[in-house]
Each structure stands twice: as C-alpha cells, then as structure tokens.
Ligand binder design. Structure first.
Ligand code: GLC
Ligand code: MG
Length: 581
C-alpha cells in the first residue's frame, strides 16, 4: 500500500530534478549580455565634449541591435570629477554634466520600452571630499568625523609630522592626508579627494543601505559594486589602537611610492567585507520580492580566485551573483598560448560554487582595451570566448567593434593614475585615459561622439575606418560577428549546455558546448600560423561539422562543411562549428 504512493512520488521528484537542473527558468541577467557604458565617453548630446544621459538614451537602439540586455553605467552622480565620477559628492543627485534626474527617468523609461535593464555603479568605499558628510566632518561635527577614518600623525626625529603608517594609495604615494580642521590624517585608498568611509560605524552602513534602496526603488536592475575589497580595514583595536604598517610585497619592479610596493593584508580582503556584501544582497532580494524584478550584484575585486568566489555567499548567506571574473584580463593576453587560455578559463569555472554562474570580462574603463591587449586580429575570437562560454558575458563599450586604446599625450592626460606619476614619458603605463577615449560611431567629426571643438579626451586615431557605421555597412565586420554570436548564445546549448575544452596544440584553444543532441565547437587560433586541426580529440566528436560563425579573416562561409578530423585553420581564425548528426 505504501509503495504505491511512494513510487510515483519518487519518479516525480527525479523528473523534477532533471528539468530543474537543465531548463530551469533563467533570470534576465543569466541569459543577457551586460554592456558597460562609461558615460563621459559614449555620446554627447549637448556639445560640451562630455558624454551625457541624453546621449545614452539616444543610442539605446545600438545596445538593442547588438543584442545586449542590460547596461551598466559607470557613476553618473554629482561629483567634482577628481576620479571622473568615482568620487561622489551626492549619491542622490545626477552630476550636472550628465544631465538631470528627469533625464535619468527618461533613460530608464526608454530602456524599459526596449527591455534593456539598467545597472548602476555603487561606490561604497569612499565619498568625495566635497560630500556634505566630509564637509561636516571638517566643520568639526563629531557625527560626521566618525564617518571617515582618522589617525594621528607621527612626529619624526626632526620634529616633522609624518603620516600614521606606510599605507599607500592605489594612485601612488601615502594613503593619508592631513587636515588642519580635524588635526588628524584621513585615509584615502584612492585619490586625495576620495576619503574612505568608516564601515565600523553603523550610521555609515545605514546611509549606504538607504542609497541602495533609493535607486532600487526607482527600478534599477542592480549595482556593480566598486572597489569592494577595499571596504574594511583591519580592526585597529587588535593592534593597540593603531593601524599597523603593511609588509613589503618584495616586488623589485616597482618603486616605493607605487601601490604594488606593499602587500595589502590590512586594507584589502578583510572578512567583514564579505558579510557586508551578503547584507546588501538581502536588500536587493527585498526589492525583487516586492516587484518581481531580479536585482543583480556584480562586485569589482581584483583578488585571488579563492577570495573572489567568497562574494557568491557562504552557507545560507547569499552574496553577489556576479563577482567579476578578471582572469581573462589579469592572467592572459596576446602572448598567451592555447594552454594558458584554457587554464585561465577553467580557473573560474573550477572555483565557483557549482550552483552559481560564471561571468567573463575582458575589459573595462580601468584596463587597456581588449583589442589592444590581445591584438586586433583576435577581437572576434575573444568575443566568441566571452559570449559562448557558460555564464554571463560582459562587454565594455567598443569591444563589439574592436575599438583600440587611443593615444593621449601627457598634456591631454587627465586620469589621476596617469597624472600622479609626474612622469611625461612613462605615464602611459599607468594612465587609464587610453581606454576611455570617445566611442566611435561614424567617420564624421569626433567620430560622431560630439559636436564640440574639443572633446574631454581625444578621439582615437583610425576612427574614420573603425566605427559602428562602417562596420554596419561592411559585408564582414567585428560588429556583424558580435551580432551573430549574441543571437547564437540564445540557443539552448549555450544557455543550458555542458562545457569542456582542449588546447589542441600550442596555439589553438577550443571548447565544446553540447545539449540534447546538439554540439557546438568553438576554436580560436591565438597565432598567425595555419594549422590542420583534429577535433576528434573531443569525446563524441566525429564526422562533419558546418560553419556557424567565422571571424573576419576567415576564408570560410556560413554553412561550409568540414571533416572534423582535418579542419584547416588560418592564422588568428576564430570559428564556431556545429556538429552534423
Ligand atoms: C574602481 C574603479 C576605478 C576607480 C576606483 C576608485 O577600481 O573601477 O575607476 O578609480 O575604483 O573608486
Ligand atoms: Mg555633454
């Protein structure tokens, strides 16, 4: 009697599991491409040489056309722009060069119509020194003094005041700045104009929670969390009430003013930071429950893989759905071989929790552009990797057309990371201006970015031939390859399929995605050398395959059929094939 009831129950559970694992309903961000816009450089509507919100609204069709479902905007909030918006003076207001709150609402509405989600940048680690909080602190308001991290200086042998310890700013030099008004030094892990907030003060936590709520309430689809691993500093009560020096990193290729000179064991990756992220996730989920829109959190932390995956959560505590995976930026580049790429790709997949998604990032406003780091010949191949691996694909504006870094002279350099080198020769190694040059829309003045006589950064050379309009008109272009890949990634094998990969020789990296009888093979030749490749090293891959997408230098056309045991591949070719069954 009992068995009669138990058996159908078990069958139902088993079937339920199969369906659940393979074709559970995906959240919008799990099946979307997330496209990063650096607002100053995307589109300028009012001719002041600086991109703005109306400019973005006017170009949303482009986002739609390339197949991205969400945009992440670098900070759009009121700011004196010492760090180009990452120094926020008012978290509740739109920066005037970008427009007004009305412009933002209009952007949100238009994006909604087009079914494009908007993700904002949350900068919780610091404010601007022009924020009301910091100004109040300087006025001697005790409540606000405790919003920041203050420390007494040290008097040296010569009787001069020196910073409290050896901590360094990410942008060179001491991380401490003295303020007469308070009689102490404040901590700034980034520019002097970015005082670090004190996360051991519950009022600061509450303020940040309110900021998160304000924008989620407005309907934004989530946040990218800036410099998250710098949030907490070590608890100084464990060190007799004084922040301890950080040990030397031992790196001999950097000078003592450089951030890399120290090992940041007291200012980065502190345990408390992860728990803060888990608390924020609860707020995100509150809003998801309220209005049904899944909110996504992407965390920016350059850290060991073990620390990066901690942002996903711990036990029952949920965290970020997308701790950014920077391995394809930090671990590999133009000189990498197929095995290096395989190892870099497998790293995140190996360390992430099995029930979480991977994500793939090859560029942003802080890193030399993908086409420059890997070389322009590899643009399509790298986009194949980003868009067809299991997980979320992230595109930094311009990667869809293979934009390269611009040349910015010392005189034109504005990024503090470049300026602080005080070095008119070597500043290029540190400056982030080259990857922030204006977006290239067409062959007209300023690449169609702005009607101004001078844009805030110069437009990169070569825009007359490298731009959206030219690539739309061309028979073959990076843009068209990108669009094909964006369409392809909607197919079930890319949404639900399994993955494995092989370095087929020194230069050719390949991976397979398969699901429910369908198998795709993706190949990228990292070198300018021709090969004949045997894909039967992949299990169950035999017979013939047809070309689905090919990179612009490929002599192959869509639909061409090849024997998988002897596939000719030309230099730098990128290919997506479908196995014929
Ligand atoms: C992040 C941002 C970078 C900024 C820094 C300080 O790394 O991506 O652009 O300078 O945080 O906010
Ligand atoms: Mg403007």
């Amino acid at each position: 009697m009992r068995a009669v009831y138990v058996l159908p129950f078990l069958v139902a559970v088993c079937l339920g599991n199969v369906v659940k694992q393979q074709e559970r309903e995906l959240e919008w961000w799990e099946k979307s491409i997330i496209y990063q816009i650096y607002p100053r450089s995307f589109a300028d509507s009012d001719g002041d040489g600086i991109g703005d919100l109306k400019g973005i609204t006017s170009k949303l069709e482009h986002i739609k056309e390339i197949g991205a479902g969400a945009i992440w905007l670098s900070p759009i909030f009121q700011s004196p722009m010492y760090d180009f918006g990452y120094d926020i003076a008012d978290f509740y207001a739109i920066h005037d060069e970008f427009g007004t709150m009305e412009d933002f609402d209009e952007l949100l509405n238009k994006a909604n119509e087009l079914d494009i989600k908007i993700v904002l940048d949350l900068v919780p680690n610091h404010t601007s020194n022009e924020s009301v909080w910091f100004q109040e602190a300087l006025n001697g308001n005790e409540k606000y003094i405790d919003y920041f991290i203050w420390e007494d200086g040290i008097i040296d042998e010569d009787g001069n005041r020196q910073p409290p310890n050896n901590w360094l700013s990410n942008f060179r030099g001491s991380a401490w700045e003295f303020r007469e008004e308070v009689g102490k030094y404040y901590l700034h892990q980034f520019v002097v104009g970015q005082p670090d907030l004190n996360y051991r003060n519950p009022d600061v936590i509450e303020e940040m929670n309110n900021i998160i709520r304000f924008w989620l309430e407005k309907g934004v689809a989530g946040f990218r969390v800036d410099a998250v691993n710098s949030l907490f500093e070590v608890d100084k009560s464990l060190f007799g009430g004084k922040y301890p020096d950080e040990p030397l990193s031992g790196r001999t290729d950097v000078d003592p003013e450089s951030y890399e000179y120290l090992d940041h064991i007291y200012t980065k990756d502190q345990d408390e930071t992860y728990y803060m992220v888990y608390k924020w996730r609860d707020i995100f989920d509150e809003y998801t429950e309220k209005d049904g829109l899944s909110r996504v959190m992407m965390t920016e932390g350059y850290a060991t893989i073990q620390n990066v995956v901690r942002y996903f959560g711990e036990g029952d505590l949920k965290g970020a759905q997308m701790p950014f995976n920077f391995d394809l930026i930090t671990d590999v580049g133009a000189s990498s071989g197929a095995a290096d790429i395989k190892r870099a790709v497998d790293k995140f997949l190996t360390y992430k929790p099995v029930n979480e998604n991977a994500n793939w990032v090859v560029g942003n406003h802080d890193q030399s552009r993908m086409a420059t780091r890997y070389g322009s010949s590899l643009v399509d191949g790298i986009n194949m990797i980003v868009l067809l691996l299991p997980g979320v694909g992230v595109t930094y504006m311009g990667e869809e057309i293979g934009m390269v870094d611009g040349y910015v002279s010392w005189e034109d350099t504005v990024d503090p990371a470049g300026c602080n080198t005080n070095d008119p020769i070597n500043y290029v190694k540190s400056s982030r201006d080259p990857e922030r040059t204006p977006f290239q829309w067409n062959s007209e003045k300023n690449a169609g970015f702005s009607s101004a006589d001078k844009t805030w950064l110069p437009v990169a050379e070569g825009y007359e031939t490298l731009n959206v309009e030219v690539q739309k008109a061309a028979e073959k272009s990076h843009l068209k390859v990108y669009q094909n890949l964006a369409n392809l990634r909607m197919e079930r094998p890319f949404r639900y399929g399994r993955y494995d990969s092989l370095a087929l020789n020194n230069d050719v990296f390949a991976f397979r995605r398969w699901y429910d009888g369908e198998t795709y093979l993706v190949l990228v030749n990292m070198r300018d050398v021709d090969y004949t490749i045997d894909l039967t090293y992949f299990e169950n891959v035999i017979g013939e395959a047809s070309v689905v997408v090919s990179s612009i230098q490929s002599p192959k056309s869509q639909g061409d059929v090849f024997d998988v045991s002897a596939l000719p591949v030309v230099g730098y070719e990128g290919l997506v094939l479908k196995l014929i069954v």
